[in-house]
Ligand binder design. Structure first.
Ligand SMILES: [Zn+2]
Length: 254
């Protein structure tokens, strides 16, 4: 399988680091590191068989992954040359003091997550229309609103009477990992000594041809795009900062 690394861009190959041997701490062995070691962090070390590593700064361009009992995944020299899947190390960084949310790249209609929401000041939930009424930004359903004076007269919290009805469907990204994407290892990198400032999961994935995913970066991005769409077409790993399916509208001849 071809190997790639995804950060905010796609690089061919996966970098090999060093780790102590699992059954002999005096030995240092090559490994692909997913995540990092430390407080609020999680490191998954995937050993790399010697024949794949020629020098200190080695990168793996092609490999197979195997499991040895409960141990693995282990990178081994490729035996199946016509395996059209890809091995992808995903290390999309969180923005400063932020995180990364992973989803499928596809969308489907789901119950609106803002149903029954009463978080009135949550401006992400609704949009105020010209007549003063409110509409959910996710699903377009009108919010239920009671008059402030009437609510107070009835001894009710007026804000609790301003809520999203228990209905409405929104077009939402499907959950991760989607069909065709297998998570073979997971780690976590974090910001700050205690790891509480922000951070993100890192994954080692196997992608079937046609499979992909989306990562949404949060936190301070200093102008960098928040959305990362990745798709493996069987030959190339393609990264886009815009939803590729959003441009699949009807074609208009100019
Ligand atoms: Zn809604």
């Amino acid at each position: 399988m071809k190997c790639f690394t995804v950060t905010t861009k796609v690089e061919e190959g996966i970098r090999v680091g060093r780790t102590t041997a699992p059954f002999d701490a005096s030995k240092v062995v090559p490994a692909v590191l997913v995540g990092e070691h430390g407080r609020g962090r999680k490191l998954h070390q995937c050993p790399v068989e010697g024949a794949l590593v020629s020098d200190e700064n080695a990168r793996i361009d092609r490999a197979d992954l195997v499991k040895r009992g409960s141990f693995g995944p282990v990178f081994v020299p490729e035996e199946v040359r016509d395996d059209r899947r890809a091995i992808v190390l995903v290390a999309v960084p969180a923005g400063f003091r932020g995180g990364v949310r992973f989803t499928a790249a596809s969308k489907s209609r789901k119950p609106c997550p803002a149903r029954q929401s009463t978080t009135l000041p949550n401006s992400e939930c609704f949009e105020k229309l010209a007549d003063g009424s409110k509409k959910c930004q996710l699903c377009g359903t009108a919010w239920i609103e009671k008059d402030v004076a009437a609510s107070e007269a009835a001894g009710e919290d007026w804000w609790a009477n301003q809520r999203h009805p228990d209905s409405g469907e929104a077009l939402m990204f499907d959950s991760f990992p989607p069909e065709g994407v297998t998570v073979v290892a997971e780690g976590y990198v974090a910001q700050g000594d205690a790891g509480r400032m922000g951070g993100n999961a890192e994954y080692l994935l196997i992608l079937k041809p046609g499979a992909g995913f989306r990562a949404r970066r949060a936190g301070r991005l200093y102008g960098a795009p928040a959305e990362v769409f990745v798709r493996w077409d069987g030959e190339n790993l393609v990264l886009s900062n815009e939803d590729p399916s959003a441009s699949k509208g009807p074609v208009e001849r100019l």
